[in-house]
Ligand binder design. Structure first.
Ligand code: PEP
Ligand code: MG
Length: 753
């Protein structure tokens, strides 16, 4: 049997049909209405490679140095050619086609999805790594199945398995073939309230196919249903401007305007809401845990397309309901600073004045230091908390500890002299306090789990909510927030960890090593988020930060490095390093990371943009094909965004850390002027507001990736102005998602009242 029907498989058949197949089968066999389909089993793929005797050659080709991009490419091409040039056995072909003809009217459009399986391996699905094809017809079906098989050996997949040490021969692939539902309406449903865990069903619904709702490009209607009596408590009807449909001629998915009479009309009637609630209860009972469901309505029938558990709600909310919240401690206050990374932690203080003291930092200690440095990252990972004398909310200590999920208090001025090495202390990274003594274990609160949204999926917002990442180690935690992508990946933190300046790499003739380091750091993040977009910024480290590295002695000495030789001005003045960065991006595109976007820092005008674009072209990156843009960090950039749009930028992202310091003439690292550093100053807001307006007129996307994007007031201002996306710190993503949703709903209400 080459294929099995979804009605005949369930959760226990993971090895035969892979993760996707098993979960759709489980829903089908539980009697829930799932569009009909079958699975070309993992055994079919296995027999295909074994009987054609290509298996040994296939696996032998994977024995490569995966960090060597040429070898990786060759391995991928060998595998692809072996699989796509080997004919499918006649019996398998006819079985697949026969099964296909039994779906719908025998000529249905189907979705063909890879569903990987990996016996005894921890992460069988390698999420998002294998191909999916939509709107497939009989003619293309067999090729698409083979393409799914071959996608098990994409460069990214080979790299991923080699790096994690997963044996290639243990990974198989099944392929799900399922009827596409020509949805008239679709959306998502949470069987419990996403934030509170209350027994309410929340439904979001829009016209047409689900893509628009899931990707957040349309504001859907929102229905809140009381599960105890089935009553719709609130129905918020959105202004639904666009919808996704399938073009009946081409079979492709296209966007269209919602016809006028439907724009403000309610999508779901009472009986459809009732049916959804009924299905929600069935699926929750079946899995015995709250679910997040994707659904569609076609020809009066409600179909379930996918269901995933909401695992985080109940526990946290139980705690909240039991009143287990943070209590203040009676211990003596030692010091105050800025709460830079949330969480409460107790531990033994380790005063670190020299790097060789880092060995003494044991698991669970609290690092107390003047200012953290990139070499400290391994010790920061072991630490329970971080305290610094210097620094503000955008300092190295603040950024890195937030990303690592380690509570931190920065800018205490005197911690290294006030606290004794070995003292037991408790730090509160929300309030910015340091107390003597230990807090009971249950009152300590690590923020790691806090980063995971309590909501099952992100609240559906038209404005995208992304996350900032500076160290690849934080990628997994950042991705777990459910953010829509990375709005800023700063590569200088990665480069500072290398121990040598980029110039020194060149002096040592190790250019390729430098390029490979960038590839490997960026790839870690791009991989974790794929296919969500990752916006990578070219180097922007002030010269004083490079000074501590080997080769740093040759960095120019500047009176004020913040106003000095950094960002794109350095890249353009001395392009050999800039070219290496672009070479790394080009290679990453070749490796399949088409989710990467390139962002240039500290540009002032269109001239900067035109020159940077020229280097992109010279590096073999097609500016028309790729997403690229600039940071708006200087008033000059804000005022010349129109010219930059004409030069081709596709997005402009507000770096408010710099935009504030350059607008108000307040050094962001100078504690003497810290009280007047105000990202919400009317002048800063005016520059931002005007830039958004110009960009909207010219079709350029706008976003924010400065620290202020994590502040509710800034979020309100930006959403009101119509920003396209907001990128927040890991710990703030969840709150920003909710804040965005709240503002968007207010805007919808205002427009209909
Ligand atoms: C900014 O200036 O707001 C920004 C995000 O860049 P950085 O903090 O790295 O200067
Ligand atoms: Mg900046």
């Amino acid at each position: 049997m080459a294929v099995v029907w979804l009605d005949d498989v369930g959760a226990d058949d993971l090895e035969l049909v892979g993760g996707k197949g098993a979960s759709l089968g489980e829903l089908t066999t539980a009697g829930l209405p799932v569009p009909p389909g079958f699975v070309v089993t993992a055994n079919t793929y296995r027999s295909f490679i074994e009987e054609a005797e290509i298996d040994e050659e296939l696996f032998a080709a994977m024995d490569i140095d995966h960090e060597d991009s040429a070898e990786l490419k060759a391995a991928h091409e060998t595998a692809r050619d072996l699989i796509t040039n080997t004919p499918m056995p006649e019996a398998v072909r006819s079985e697949i086609l026969e099964a296909y003809r039994q779906i719908g009217d025998g000529e249905a459009f189907v979705a063909v999805r890879s569903s990987a399986t990996a016996e005894d391996l921890p992460d069988a699905s390698f999420a998002g790594q294998q191909d999916t094809y939509l709107n497939v017809t009989e003619e293309e079906l067999l090729d698409r199945v083979r393409a799914c098989w071959a996608s098990l050996f994409s460069e990214r997949a080979i790299y991923y398995r080699n790096r994690k040490g997963f044996p290639h021969e243990k990974v198989d692939i099944a392929v799900v073939v399922q009827q596409m539902v020509d949805a008239e309406k679709s959306g998502v449903m949470f069987t419990r309230h996403p934030s509170t865990g209350e027994k309410q069903v929340i439904i979001e619904a829009a016209w047409g196919l689900g893509e628009a709702v899931v990707s957040g490009t349309v504001s859907p209607d929102n229905y809140v249903v009381n599960r105890a009596n089935g009553e719709v408590e609130t129905a918020t009807i959105a202004d639904k401007k666009t919808m996704c449909i399938r073009d009946s001629d081409s079979g492709q998915t296209v966007d269209m305007e919602v016809p006028n009479e439907k724009r403000h009309a309610r999508v779901l009637d009472e009986s459809e809401v009732g049916r959804l609630v009924e299905l929600g209860e069935l699926v929750e009972d079946h899995y015995e845990t709250p679910q997040d469901v994707e659904w569609a309505v076609y020809d009066g029938e409600v179909y379930m397309l996918q269901s995933r558990p909401i695992t985080t709600i109940s526990e946290d909310d139980m705690k909240a309901k039991n009143g287990e919240s943070k209590t203040s401690s009676d211990n003596d206050m030692l010091l105050r600073g800025l709460g830079a990374s949330p969480g409460i932690a107790s531990g033994r203080a380790r005063i670190v004045t020299k790097l060789d003291h880092l060995d003494q930092v044991a698991d669970g200690d609290i690092i107390v230091t003047k200012m953290t440095m990139p070499d400290m990252v391994p010790a920061m990972k072991r630490a329970a908390g971080i305290v610094t004398d210097e620094g503000g909310m955008t300092s190295h200590a603040a950024i890195v500890s937030r990303e690592l999920g380690v509570p931190a208090v920065v800018g205490t001025s005197t911690a290294t002299s006030t606290i004794e090495d070995g003292d037991v202390i408790t730090i509160d990274g929300d309030k910015g306090t340091i107390r003597e003594g230990e807090e009971p274990e249950e009152k300590q609160r690590q923020p790691v789990e806090d980063a995971r949204p309590k909501t099952p999926v992100k609240p559906m917002t038209a404005t995208e909510v992304k996350v900032n990442v500076s160290i690849p180690e934080a990628a997994e935690r950042a991705a777990a927030t459910g953010a829509d992508g990375v709005g800023l990946l700063r590569i200088e933190h990665m480069v500072l960890t290398l121990g040598k300046t980029p110039e020194r790499y060149i002096e040592d003739n190790s250019e390729q090593e430098f390029v490979d380091e960038i590839i490997s750091g960026v790839r870690e993040v791009a991989e974790e988020f794929y296919p969500r977009p990752v916006r990578v910024r070219t180097l922007d480290a002030p010269t004083d930060e490079f000074r501590q590295l080997q080769g740093g002695e040759n960095e120019p000495r500047e009176h004020n490095p913040m106003l000095g030789y950094r960002g794109i001005r350095r890249g353009l003045d001395n392009p050999h390093i800039f070219k290496l960065e672009l070479a790394a991006f080009r290679r990453l595109y070749e490796l399949g990371y088409d989710n990467l976007e390139i962002m240039f820092p500290l540009v002032n005008d269109a001239e900067d943009v035109i020159r940077a674009k020229q280097y992109m072209v010279e590096a073999g990156i097609d500016p028309d094909k790729r997403e690229w843009g600039v940071m708006i960090e200087t008033p000059a950039a804000a005022l010349s965004v129109g010219d930059m749009a004409n030069a081709g930028i596709k997005f402009a992202s507000f770096g408010t850390n710099d935009l504030t310091q350059y607008t108000l003439a307040v050094d962001r690292n100078n504690e003497h002027v810290a009280p007047i550093y105000d990202e919400l100053h009317p002048a800063v807001l005016k520059l931002i507001g005007d830039t958004i307006e110009t960009c909207r007129e010219l079709g350029v996307k706008t976003s924010i990736c400065g620290q202020a994007g994590s502040k509710p007031k800034m979020v309100q201002f930006l959403v009101d102005k119509g920003i396209s996306s907001i990128s927040a710190n890991i710990d703030a993503v969840r709150d920003v998602q909710h804040e965005v949703k709240r503002v968007e709903q207010r805007l919808i209400l205002d427009s209909v009242r």
